[in-house]
Each structure stands twice: as C-alpha cells, then as structure tokens.
Design a protein around this ligand. Structure first.
Ligand SMILES: C[S@@+](CC[C@H](N)C(=O)[O-])C[C@H]1O[C@@H](n2cnc3c(N)ncnc32)[C@H](O)[C@@H]1O
Length: 296
C-alpha cells in the first residue's frame, strides 16, 4: 500500500520521517527519497537481520538516515535523544515476507522449522516455550482473541494432551495437531475458497495468534499509540497498516480519541484497503487496513 501511505503522510524535503517497521525497506526508500534533501529518516526494526540489507538499499539513495535495532514501543526515547519530532511516520504491522519465507524463523506452517516466531531472535520466549508453559485456558483465550479461531478450546485441549508426552517443537508438528483437532468441512461451489484454503484456516489463525503473543504485538502497539501525539511535530502525519481486527480496533479508538480531544485534526474516517490489483498480486494485502491522522 505504498501509494496510499505516501498520499496519507505526504513526506516532503527537509522533514523528519520515521519508518517504525523497516522490513525490506520498501516504504523507507520512498520516504528517504521524498525527505531528501535536508530531511532525515529514522528506520526501526525488531529484527536485526533486516538492518544491513535495508542499509545497503538506502545508501544507494543517499540522504541522511539512521537505522535502529529497536522496538517501536521505544521510538519516543530514540527521537528524544536526537531532540527531534516526526513529520511523517509509517507503521506497517506484522511480519515481512523475508521472515515468513525463512523456515528457520518458524513463522510458516507450510515449511518445517523450529517453532520460534520471535521477530527479535536475541530475546524473549519462543512459540515452543509458550506452548509448553501456558495453561489450557490461556492458550484457548489467545487462539480466540488473537486468532478469531472458533475451535480455540478444542485446539488448546489437544495441545495440552499432546504435550504431556513431550514438547511441541516443530511448525509442521503443530500444524498437524491443529488440523486433527479442528477438522474443516469443506464447502464447494462458486465463490467459495479452494478446499486447501479452507483446510488451512484454523492453522493460519492459530499461528497468527501465537506470533502476536510471542512478540507482544498488541502491547507494543498500545505503547506506541499512547505517545504518538507527543512524538509528532505540529501538522505531523502518521499512518498505520494493520492486519488483524484487534490491532485495527486499537488504532481506530486511539485516532478517534485524538480527534475528539483536538490533538488530531484530520484523518481517515474509514480504513483504506489495498487496490484490487495489489490484492490480486499480494494475497496478504487483502486483510490490510490503513488508517492515518494529522496532528494539530
Ligand atoms: C510488514 S513488515 C514491514 C515491511 C516494510 N514496510 C517494507 O516496505 O518492506 C513488518 C516489519 O516490522 C517489524 N516489526 C514488527 N513489530 C515491530 C516492533 N514492535 N518494533 C519494530 N519493528 C517491528 C518486523 O520485524 C518486520 O520486519
């Protein structure tokens, strides 16, 4: 949703831009181009593996930028240390295609790998450690609240029964367990998803819930939304792309509250969705919702 993001946050020469979720630097490169000359880009990512490839891409453009192996929940301290506020901020939540495609990171249920799922592999508990330690009711709540999984209880019970005989350490092992615990009745007919797409839905939902839990994604977003008005310069703009109803609700409520209090003066009334072309080319963008605001 690059074009939509740029239209929303309008980065201009001389401004301070922030890409809080650098990933493959697709957004960051365009931000840097637009704030140069005279401006500066701050790029953050929880995943240290993203920084050097991003540095190489951004160096080709020239202009002033700094990259930080950091959680965007700590952005206020990073900007504060430099004594600046941001004119244009983008947060593109979730995981990058590099992370999903690397089986060793454990994000994909299609490729076998260790059940890790940490975006920052230098700290925190892995998905395997959470699966081994959370209670049945904690697992069920996570699958229901963070994955919208209707069979959350059944899947949690199957995990607890399975782990009494040993740990769950591989992605395909968990995927098999979910498919056995929550078998899908495939509905055929025009307009229906393919049988394969229907069969993997519970697995996709449980993997999403675990990833959100492992990386404390909602808590990070809440922290960011709390200090957002303070890190934006007057007339500063921020855009957030979310992929999950729980995230979008937090963003919607924080933006509405800011509009009510007068700290934000304009923004998107309804979430902006990816174009038909992008949805076709990139199936992940089908669930993306972009919201933006402008500070008073
Ligand atoms: C969807 S990708 C971003 C893609 C990027 N916009 C691009 O153009 O390539 C999300 C990235 O955000 C990072 N990330 C997720 N949560 C984060 C957090 N709390 N702080 C910093 N980075 C985070 C992930 O490691 C991942 O690289």
């Amino acid at each position: 949703m690059l074009a939509e993001v740029l239209a929303a946050i309008e980065p201009k020469p001389g401004e301070v831009a922030v890409d809080a979720t650098l990933g493959g630097a697709g957004h960051a490169r365009e931000l840097l181009r637009r704030v140069t000359p005279g401006g500066r880009l701050f790029g953050l990512d929880l995943d240290p593996a993203n920084l050097e490839p991003a540095r190489a891409l951004l160096s080709e453009i020239g202009g002033a930028f700094s990259l930080h192996h950091a959680n965007f929940a700590g952005l206020q301290a990073i900007l504060g240390a430099e004594g600046v506020r941001a004119d244009a901020v983008i947060v593109d939540l979730g995981m990058s295609s590099m992370q999903v495609d690397d089986a060793n990171r454990g994000f994909s249920f299609v490729r076998d790998g260790p059940l890790d799922m940490r975006m920052d592999s230098t700290r925190g508990r892995t998905a395997a450690q959470l699966l081994a330690s959370l209670s049945e009711s904690e697992l069920a709540s996570a699958f229901r609240d963070l994955g919208d999984e209707p069979h959350a209880e059944k899947i949690a019970a199957a995990i607890v029964a399975y782990r009494s005989n040993g740990s769950i350490s591989r992605t395909v092992e968990l995927a098999r367990l979910i498919q056995e615990a929550a078998p899908v009745t495939v509905i055929r007919g025009p307009g229906q998803a393919t049988p394969r797409q229907q069969q993997i839905r519970p697995t996709a939902r449980v993997f999403q819930a675990l990833r959100i839990l492992v990386n404390r994604e909602l808590a990070n977003l809440q922290a960011f939304l709390r200090f957002l008005p303070d890190i934006l310069a007057p007339s500063g703009r921020a855009a957030i792309i979310s992929f999950h109803s729980g995230e979008d609700r937090l963003v919607k409520n924080a933006f509405r509250e800011g509009m009510r209090s007068g700290i934000f003066i304009s923004g998107s009334d309804e979430p902006i969705r990816a174009s038909a072309g992008e949805r076709y080319a990139n199936p992940r963008s089908r669930s993306a919702k972009l919201r933006w605001i402008r500070r008073a």
